[in-house]
Write a protein that binds this ligand. Structure first.
Ligand SMILES: [Zn+2]
Length: 270
């Protein structure tokens, strides 16, 4: 599933090819995505794409006549290809530009989305409840510490809550807690400020390093046979349950927290 780093890398991969170009047409080959693609997406036709930005895992394609909201769901991939390029199975959406290029969404599982917001996209129902972006200054130690007080839920579930902070997916929560030496099952409200001081920069560092690793795949966004937006990452705990800790060689433990696989070291994480 594309997580925040994959979505950010997708943004970096597609935006140089389409920003500033006029949208010629939006072709919807199959509107049965997570929500039916509304007719209003055609409102952007004939308008220049001013910017491609990201909020949480939503890509925002802003024009002078409203904004397209694009989500990759579980399996979505974006490519920028010449408009005449033949379609593959699961190519559901084409956003065609005046330079002969088209932004193409391929999504086998169809949990992705394309929606339209006429005004104030930040106030859109999908976006207005979201917590701060993890890589901005709005996400800082005092903020996270204050929000954690009185909470008995596990710290891992807490940092994965989009209302607290967006984009800390399961992989990144596992990895950041390992690096911070915090047991993922510990109650969020019982963790000291000093430990949050360690955790917050490690969340930022884990996400930033993933985005940097994905940066090596940017050329894939314009290649029909590439694998855009998905990249191998160097992980210390995620997916390594039962294997040995890379720091102390203790066997890593795997449990489920909030229905999500959680891997940690009982020696390194307290
Ligand atoms: Zn260890």
């Amino acid at each position: 599933m594309p997580e925040l780093p994959e979505v950010e890398v997708s943004r970096l991969g597609i935006s140089p090819h389409i920003e500033g170009r006029k949208i010629k047409a939006v072709h919807v080959h199959d509107k049965r995505l997570r929500w039916p693609v509304p007719e209003t997406v055609h409102q952007v036709e004939g308008h220049v794409l001013r910017s491609v930005s990201r909020r949480s895992k939503y890509l925002l394609l802003q024009t002078d006549n409203g904004c397209l909201i694009l989500h990759l769901g579980m399996s979505g991939k974006l490519r920028v290809v010449p408009a005449e390029t033949g379609h593959y199975k699961h190519d559901h959406i084409d956003i065609e530009f005046d330079n002969g290029q088209t932004l193409r969404l391929n999504d086998p599982r169809r949990f992705g989305a394309l929606l339209y917001s006429e005004t104030d996209v930040a106030g859109h129902n999908l976006l207005k409840q979201l917590g701060p972006e993890p890589l901005t200054e709005a996400f800082h130690v005092d903020y996270l510490f204050e929000r954690s007080r009185g909470r008995s839920q596990s710290v891992k579930t807490f940092i994965m809550d989009n209302k607290i902070v967006v984009g800390v997916g399961n992989i990144y929560a596992n990895e950041a807690l390992f690096k911070a030496g915090i047991n993922p099952k510990r109650a969020a409200g019982k963790i000291s400020k000093a430990r949050y001081q360690k955790l917050v920069p490690l969340i930022k560092e884990t996400l930033t390093s993933a985005i940097e690793q994905g940066g090596t795949t940017l050329k894939d966004f314009t290649q029909v046979d590439g694998n855009p937006g998905y990249f191998a990452q160097k992980l210390q705990v995620y997916g390594r349950g039962g294997k040995l800790c890379m720091v102390c060689s203790t066997r890593l433990k795997e449990v489920r927290l909030g229905q999500r696989s959680t891997v940690y070291c009982t020696q390194c994480q307290r």
